[in-house]
Structure formats: C-alpha cells, structure tokens
Design a binder for this molecule. Structure first.
Ligand code: FE
Ligand code: FE
Ligand code: ZN
Length: 305
C-alpha cells in the first residue's frame, strides 16, 4: 500500500526534513507545499536539499514518483473577472510546476478554483485553457484536479465538472484527478456505497485518471458543502467506510495521502494546548485495518513530553 500524509517543508533541512518527517510516521510517500500555500514567496531550489532528499528516499525504498506536491490554494484559474489576478495565478502555477519537476516528481495537486460571479461553464472552459498553456510549457508534469466540497462558488464539485475540465485539456497524459474523501462526502457523495461511487467515477471520468486519493474523515454531514477534515474514524464517514475505500480492489496501487488535523494535547508545564501530528497512528490503524480509539492518548504519550 502506498500511504503517506501531508508534511511540512521548512528551514534548515527543507525537502530532506520532509522525507524524515514522513518516515517517522512509517509513511512510504508524502505530500508537501514547496512554499507557504497562501503566498508566492519561494525559497530558491538550491537551498531545498533536493539531492540529499533523493538519496534519503532511495535508502528508504521510497519512489520519488509517488511523492506529491500540492499547489498553493491562492491560485484561481477560474477567475474570469480580474485579468491581473489570473496572470498572477498563472505565473505562480508555472513556478510550482517547474519546482515540482526540478524536485524529480510529476504529480501536482491543484484546486480547480472558484467561478466567483461568472457563469460556471465559462469558468470551467477557462481553467482548461489555462492548463493547456501550463502543460505545453512544462513537458512531464501531471496536474491532478482535486474534487472539491462545494464551498461558495467552487468548481470541480462533482465528477461531471471535473470531466469537463479534463475534456478541455489537449494532452490527456498531463491531466488526472485527486479524489478527497472529505470533500466528496461534503459535496454529497455517499461513502457508505464505495462500489457505486467507484462505478460512477469510472463511468464519468475513468478510474485510470485517478492517481492520488486524499484520505480524510469529515466533521460534517454528507452534502454540507463545508470542507472540514477530521481524524480517521472520528468523523461522519467513519473508519469502516474509509477502509472499504482504501482496500477496494479497484484502487490498488493508488497513492493515499492523509490530510487530517493535528491533535491538541494539554502541555502540563505551561497549561496550554499544543498540537501534534496524528499520522503515525492513523497510518498504523489503516495498515492494520483496526480502529484506534485511543488516538489522543497515544499521541500525547509519544509527543507531549
Ligand atoms: Fe487540497
Ligand atoms: Fe485534499
Ligand atoms: Zn479540504
């Protein structure tokens, strides 16, 4: 099983630090932002310890092709109102694509954006056109459109919208999908019926287009259009449904990435809450297919010293 989680990337070890964080959770892949997701300031590639990271991954038998980059969420290719902002989005995405390729991987997860006040079909067409430009300029990249929860004017909130984006992209090898279990639950899909769900995905988009799955439970009921992630087995989707998804034969070989929230523990010395990552225990419970009802306690014991 290829399973990992979202990890940080920061000074001084940068990408090497991300790799070490991932292996500390017993992950065999990971996802990261190449810089702060909410701005366009980027540390020069020469400081990211890319060679050291690649060496480390090799020693740990991790295929760098399974490592995933997430594009900054301020990119909005669906903005049809403000040309200047659209140009900024295009430049930022182009930079991220080049950074992804320079690191030696190819999968870049992208939120399809928000149509704002524009007609949804017009916005979707524009996203495809923008992707064509980016893809033509950057051979080798594979952009994965993420399924969205349907907050505000988000596009990509059902399989048909994502299919329409893909249809507008000329180079089909350079486009795929990242399915987020929390997002599709919040968008209204029923995760208690995984085979029906995968049938629908396969009929509309094709499961061969699915490269990465974000595995998150949800704080909200199906169809809430909220997008708030919950720890595995602690939300409205539930452990058994998430496992039925992950262990479905048709998803064998897909890349699974956890984006669940860090867990708050009380620091006795300062009487303050401090958050710690849940991933070591969540990966363990998924691999063992056994729910851990003591997640908070286990995290507290491991990290809160
Ligand atoms: Fe995302
Ligand atoms: Fe996600
Ligand atoms: Zn989300």
């Amino acid at each position: 099983m290829i399973i990992g989680c979202h990890v940080g990337m920061s000074s001084p070890e940068y990408l090497l630090g991300s790799c070490k964080e991932a292996t500390s959770y017993n992950a065999n892949t990971f996802m990261f932002y190449t810089g702060a997701p909410q701005n366009s300031i980027r540390t020069d590639l020469k400081y990211l310890k890319i060679e050291e990271a690649r060496q480390y991954l090799k020693e740990h038998n991790i295929d760098i092709e399974n490592v995933v980059v997430h594009a900054p969420y301020l990119i909005n290719l669906a903005n049809c109102e403000d040309v200047e902002k659209l140009n900024l989005s295009m430049n930022l995405l182009d930079t991220e694509v080049k950074r992804t390729l320079a690191i030696g991987t190819k999968y870049l997860v992208l939120h399809p954006g928000c149509s704002l006040k524009a007609d949804k079909n017009v916005a979707i067409k524009q996203v495809s056109n923008c992707l064509n430009t980016i893809i033509d300029n950057n051979p080798g990249i594979v952009i994965l459109i993420e399924t969205m929860a349907g907050k505000g004017s988000e596009i990509g909130i059902n399989f048909n919208e994502i299919k329409t984006i893909i249809d507008g992209v000329n180079n089909k090898d350079a486009i795929g999908v990242c399915l987020d279990t929390c997002h599709i639950n919040d968008a209204g899909y029923d995760l208690t019926k995984i085979d029906d769900l995968l049938d629908e995905f396969d009929n509309i988009i094709g499961l061969n287009k699915l490269k990465v799955c974000h595995i998150n439970d949800s704080k909200n009921e199906r169809g809430a259009h909220k997008d708030r992630h919950e720890n595995i087995g602690y939300g409205t989707i539930g452990f058994d449904n998430l496992c039925s998804f992950i262990y479905n034969k048709r998803l064998e070989g897909k890349i699974f990435i956890l984006e669940t929230p860090w867990v708050q523990c009380v620091r006795k010395d300062v009487y303050q809450y401090v958050a710690y990552p849940p991933y070591k225990f969540e990966i363990e419970m998924i691999r063992n297919r056994k729910f851990n009802e003591n997640l908070e306690k286990d995290i507290d014991e491991l990290y809160n010293k």
